[in-house]
Design a protein around this ligand. Structure first.
Ligand code: PBG
Length: 332
């Protein structure tokens, strides 16, 4: 649809910008608390609140504290909390067995949160990197990240999370065929209502640096993730990945990182109309916080503007470390 504009002065486009009331009236896109998924970092122990230096304001939290955070998030109206574990280096192995241990940090946290705050949805991460001695999302054999054997592990991980009460499974690994395998495993155990939010278009990105510090994967990672995560030069491939994952049984799809990939968000929403999410990743968060701390930008304004951009691009929601701050601001 082509916008029509009458000649000046019949059209003065400043008229609808002239007052707060008119601006509010004509605004097309808004950010609400319902749009937020809050990613949090877990750490073993009790009463742990450990700052992450590359992510000012973000903590690694022990389960007791994350339960309190989930309560707080629920009171703020945030619908989903997403768990990422910092795994003790002593638990990292080449076979990644800790990933599907029913009593690993994530699975214990899911149960504790669902027990205390049943109405907040819990999303998980499915990928081997927190548990892998070499920091990769899949098994490594002869220097290669192997696809099919990794899927078997991801399925075990998925089932362990579903049995612990996870509401949304978030495969972030980028292996081929994992969504179908996970979906049929969930069906076979009567987990029909467990949703899958696929990290469908996940790029091999420099913006993940602070996250890898947060989960303790930076030191472990050998090489890069370019044989499984997408090339930042590609756009059509994102559509093929999304279509494939939706066909295999994903309920929702994600684009990651966020701000640098708004064109991808827009194309995906336009092409498929499926529930579409973006991940405003750790590096994006760190950049905004760093500039704000230096007084170079108005941190709160940029936080809100950056998230609104995802709504304008067509996203239904955003994973953001800013979630509680945004919810607090929106709730006045
Ligand atoms: C790995 C994973 C990553 C993130 C989420 N899951 C990093 C990576 O792929 O190396 C990044 C999130 C962020 O940067 O905030 N499975």
């Amino acid at each position: 649809m082509k916008p029509t504009v009458a000649p000046f002065p019949a059209a003065r486009l400043r008229r609808t910008r002239a007052t707060t009331a008119l601006r509010n009236l004509v605004r097309q896109n808004t950010l609400t608390v319902d749009d937020l998924i809050w990613p949090v970092f877990l750490r073993d122990g009790e009463n742990v609140m450990e700052p992450i230096s590359s992510m000012p304001g973000v903590m690694r939290q022990s389960i007791d504290n994350v339960v309190q955070s989930a309560k707080h998030a629920h009171l703020l109206g945030i619908p989903v909390i997403c768990l990422f574990p910092y795994t003790d280096p002593s638990l990292k192995t080449a076979d990644c067995a800790e990933a599907w241990n029913p009593d690993n940090l994530t699975n214990r946290a899911i149960r504790a949160i669902k027990d205390a705050v049943p109405d907040i949805a819990v999303m998980t991460d499915v990928a081997l990197d927190p548990y892998n001695i070499n920091g990769h999302d899949g098994f490594v054999e002869n220097g290669k990240i192997v696809n099919d054997r990794t899927i078997e592990a991801l399925v075990k991980m998925t089932l362990a999370q579903a049995r612990s009460g996870a509401d949304i499974i978030g495969p972030s690994d980028m292996m081929d065929g994992r969504i179908g395998a996970m979906r049929s495993a969930l069906e076979s155990e009567q987990f029909q209502d467990v949703a899958i939010l696929s990290y469908a278009a996940k790029y091999a990105s420099g913006y993940y640096g602070p996250f890898r510090d947060a989960v303790g994967a930076s030191g472990a990672l050998t090489g890069d993730k370019k044989t499984y995560q997408m090339d930042p030069g590609n756009s059509d491939e994102a559509l093929r990945l999304v279509e494939r994952d939706l066909n295999e049984g994903a309920d929702m799809v994600m684009i990651k990182p966020g701000i640098a990939y708004l064109d991808i968000c827009h194309r995906i929403k336009q092409s498929f109309g499926a529930p579409t999410f973006a991940y405003q990743v750790s590096g994006e968060y760190a950049m905004i916080q760093a500039a704000a701390q230096n007084g170079w930008i108005d941190g709160e304004a940029v936080m809100m503007e950056s998230l609104l951009a995802f709504k304008r691009a067509g996203c239904d929601g955003i994973l953001s470390y800013f979630a509680p701050a945004v919810a607090t601001a929106l709730n006045g």
